[in-house]
Design a protein around this ligand. Structure first.
Ligand code: UDP
Length: 327
């Protein structure tokens, strides 16, 4: 198969590339390396089935040709993360919405009908008091225009763009709402909690829990995520649908901090910091975020292979090895 991955130098995108190269597919990655990293593509450099274009999805002049070549497109190019949206909301709005529209328009104009995955996020469920979320649940967004929600709004716009193209032109698009995803090569620069905690623990530096640490998350290993995405893209019943993708094991952030310290055999203290100090503005954190996975399982039979402790042990080992190499 010919696989095009926009944003393929990013954390999830590069794991998708790895997954498809291992299956014997041809993989074409486009990425502007703004949040993605060339280091994530290093293992594939020189691979005869791998091609990379460094370009911005908003302006890439190879898009039409690449879309015509592809049997499947994973559209992962986006400016991600809540911290990033607070820093640069204009870039987030442009890339996330105009980029997606450009990709969908090129697919429609090409006249072929590749399988398409459009990456959305669990953030779209918004400021909802529920503790777990099914695709049919309502979306609750504060109306006062707080920028913190701009990321969710761009992804919602992407969802509706995708549904519009799927309904009007019969395109084979699946919208995936990705819940918290973790794994090798994820960086903590934009606040992602697991890579931050792991790095701090292996260096015996303090871990900082925002708020009281009672907020919960459900973390899915990216090596499971890519299997779910692969299955969904090839599943005709999923075309035109929105599907949660994640793992429903749940943990509080305070317990997560303790778990990482203990499994890393670390001396790190655990500190607490208010959301205001952490994010620099009044901040609505999501209290609980757990996916209901019935739809994903019914469509694909997906069962995650990695549990949280296995992933943490793997990440701790990788981070420790990095320190040993530097020393
Ligand atoms: N968090 C934390 N310390 C950190 C980074 C994040 O306590 O160093 C918290 C954050 O406030 C949130 C949770 O961990 O409640 C998950 O944060 P992340 O940014 O990884 O994902 P998201 O907020 O998008 O679920």
């Amino acid at each position: 198969m010919h696989i095009l991955i926009t944003g393929g130098a990013g954390f999830i995108g590069s794991h998708l590339a790895d997954h498809h190269l291992a299956k014997g597919d041809q993989v074409y990655v486009v990425d502007n390396l703004s949040t993605g990293s060339i280091a994530n593509l290093e293992p594939f450099r020189g691979h005869p089935a791998f091609r990379f274009a460094e370009a911005d999805i908003l302006h890439w002049n190879g898009l039409t040709q690449a879309v015509a070549w592809a049997d499947r497109i994973y559209h992962m190019a986006a400016v991600v993360g809540v911290k990033k949206v607070l820093e640069d909301p204009v870039a987030v709005m442009a890339t996330n919405m105009t980029g997606t529209e450009r990709v969908l328009r090129a697919i429609h104009a090409g006249g072929w009908n590749p399988q398409v995955i459009i990456a959305s996020t669990s953030e779209v469920y918004g400021f909802n008091a529920k503790s777990s979320f099914a695709e049919t649940d309502h979306i609750v967004l504060p109306s006062a225009g707080r920028l913190r929600w701009a990321y969710a709004v761009t992804k919602l716009a992407d969802e509706f763009l995708a549904f519009s193209y799927a309904r009007k032109y019969g395109l084979h698009i699946v919208v995936v709402r990705l819940f918290n995803t973790i794994g090798p090569n994820q960086v903590g620069h934009y606040g992602m909690v697991v890579p931050s905690f792991v790095k701090q623990a292996v260096r015996n530096e303090p871990l900082t829990v925002y708020g009281e640490g009672t907020q919960t998350r459900s973390f899915c290993d990216v090596r499971d995520t890519v299997v779910a995405l692969d299955s969904l893209a090839g599943c005709p019943e999923a075309w035109g649908e929105v599907v949660n993708v994640g793992n429903d094991q749940e943990i509080s952030i305070r317990d997560l901090a303790e778990r990482v310290v203990q499994r890393a055999d670390s001396n790190s203290p655990i500190h607490f910091m208010s959301y205001k100090d952490a994010y620099g503005e009044e901040f609505d954190d999501v209290t609980h975020r757990r996916p209901v996975l019935n739809k994903l399982k019914a469509l694909t039979g997906f069962e995650p292979v990695w549990d949280l402790d296995n992933t943490l042990d793997d990440l701790i080992e990788r981070a420790s090895a990095k320190i040993r190499r530097v020393a």
